[in-house]
Design a protein around this ligand. Structure first.
Ligand code: ASN
Length: 497
């Protein structure tokens, strides 16, 4: 039998349903894998051995009782440490939340539990999801399983790395400016940012509420679609949740048909500043789509070049407001509370000690952008640019069904390479940010290894609001053709850990 940790979620779930293997065996195999490799990868901040085995036992009992198991029952998953899980430490990669055990489940977590998905533990991330490498985690960086001297992307580097290291077949991420898609691209995995409002933000610790969106991470397109279906759908606990049927993502992943699909290559995302090998693999993926029957055209989205500066005003503005809740009184860390100092002093000391430099930088930028006298010039202007970007998408989607670009300008960079250069770090999200600003669906799919460094390259696909199914059509078609060409999945070409 193939090692259980090498199988897809769909395969594992099928074997559990048929009784070929128990959910406990599947879970134990993944816990063993974590024990074997995670000291080198550091994808997990917390492994919930007991909770995971108990959830697996419950699935096995339901099966024994003749109950119908859902499509992902018994399948293990890594949960980004930005989601609340009742009773389980939730740090958001920050010292300020150390020791906090939330009293409630995020809606995403509740849905996973109801579907019988086994949550293995919490995955590492940049502090409060601020970063593109996981180097901003207060608990040390995660490493890229392709090359442990390189970053796995961020902020959800742990979620992507646990997939690439075969520690879990599924993971959950959150995407504010690229935190699901950029790590997926640089680890050779699949990552999807659903339409804003398509998945519930309830229990997702807020970074920038108008941009944050939970989404699925997986090694195969079908697995991502199955997970998408489990977590998506209307939630009255999130005021921005869309009350509409979930797009038919699983059906789309199974159809894998792009014949007649109109694909627009975004003129502004590529060229100068992009790694040649990334461009090459991207162009090949576009040619492949044409071979598979898609109609490819070039499309201009002139305001996309302003997406990064607009994001770096809107996002920190929202962060500065959201992170005000970490006041030393309600959760986690409290520094200097000697019974003599005032509440304000304790708050200042706690925030000084508890937040890392990137979080402080963004709180300061956001506070400045929102301050009286500057609000119109910065925050207000950025919101206008946001509208122009949304219009670029609307106009483009009048003539094409999806847009494509590389996911990231470069492959995985070396640890330490960009830590002292925030702008270089921010540029990792050049292609992913427009979709967060406009709220439409987008995803990254593996499309090969860059010839310069042998590292994974991602194909970025963007679809209109609530047309998430189109992402899966494209992703599944590309995956099927490339797996055929390579004689296996991209991750099979990764060096063994
Ligand atoms: N949170 C995200 O989606 C990641 C993005 N790189 C940021 O630092 O804002």
């Amino acid at each position: 039998m193939t090692e259980l940790t090498k199988l897809s979620a769909a395969e594992l779930a099928g074997m559990i349903r048929s009784g070929e293997v128990s959910a406990v065996e599947v879970t134990q195999a993944h816990l063993d894998r974590i024990a074997k490799v995670d000291d080198r990868v550091r994808a997990f901040l917390y492994v919930d051995t007991e909770g995971a085995l108990a959830a697996a036992r419950a699935v096995d009992e339901r099966r024994a009782a003749g109950e119908d198991l859902g499509p992902l029952a018994g399948v293990p998953l890594g949960l980004k440490d930005v989601f609340t899980q009742k009773g389980v430490p939730t740090t958001c990669g920050s010292k300020i939340l150390e020791g906090w055990r939330p009293p409630y489940d995020a809606t995403v977590v509740r849905r996973l539990r109801e579907a019988g998905v086994v949550i293995l533990g919490k995955t590492n991330m940049d502090e409060f999801a601020m970063g593109s490498s996981t180097e901003n985690s207060a608990f040390g960086p995660t490493r890229n399983p392709w090359d442990t001297d390189r970053v796995p992307g961020g902020s959800g580097g742990g979620s992507a790395a646990c997939l690439a290291a075969f520690e879990a077949p599924l993971a959950i991420g959150s995407d504010t400016g690229g935190s699901i898609r950029q790590p997926a691209a640089v680890t050779g995995t699949v990552g999807v940012k659903p339409t804003y409002g398509g998945t519930s933000r309830y229990g997702l610790v807020a970074m920038a509420s108008s941009l944050d969106q939970p989404g699925p991470c997986a090694r195969t397109v079908l697995d991502a679609a199955l997970l998408h279906e489990v977590i998506a759908g209307h939630d009255p606990l999130d005021s921005t949740s869309i009350d509409q049927p979930v797009p038919p993502v699983v059906e789309a992943a199974r159809s894998a048909d792009v014949r007649g699909l109109r694909v627009g290559v975004v003129k502004e995302l590529g060229g100068e500043g992009y790694q040649p090998g990334v461009e090459q693999r991207f162009r090949e993926a576009v040619d492949l789509l044409a071979e598979l029957g898609a109609e490819v055209v070039e499309v201009s989205c002139p305001h996309f070049v302003y997406a990064l500066p607009a994001y770096y005003l809107i996002m920190p503005s929202e962060c500065s407001s959201n992170l005000a809740r970490f006041d030393a009184m309600r959760y986690g860390l409290r520094v200097g509370d000697d019974g003599i100092r005032s509440a304000e002093e304790v708050m200042a000391l706690t925030r000084e000690a508890g937040f890392g430099p990137e979080v402080k930088r963004r709180i300061m930028i956001g506070t400045y952008a929102l301050s009286s006298g500057y609000y119109d010039a910065y925050y207000g202007q950025a919101q206008k640019v946001r509208t122009l970007i949304a219009r670029d998408f609307e106009r483009a989607f009048e003539s094409v069904d999806v847009l494509v670009s590389p996911t990231t300008p470069t492959t995985a960079f070396r640890l330490g390479e960009r830590v002292d250069d925030p702008l270089a770090m921010y540029k990792a999200d050049l292609c992913t940010i427009p979709s967060n600003l406009a709220g439409n669906a987008s995803a990254s799919f593996p499309c090969g290894l860059s010839p310069e460094d042998g590292l994974p390259v991602g194909l970025h696909v963007m679809a209109p609001v609530l047309a998430d199914d189109r992402l899966y059509r494209v992703g599944a078609a590309v995956e099927a053709a490339l797996v055929d060409r390579w004689g296996g999945s991209l991750l099979e070409q990764a060096p063994a850990l």
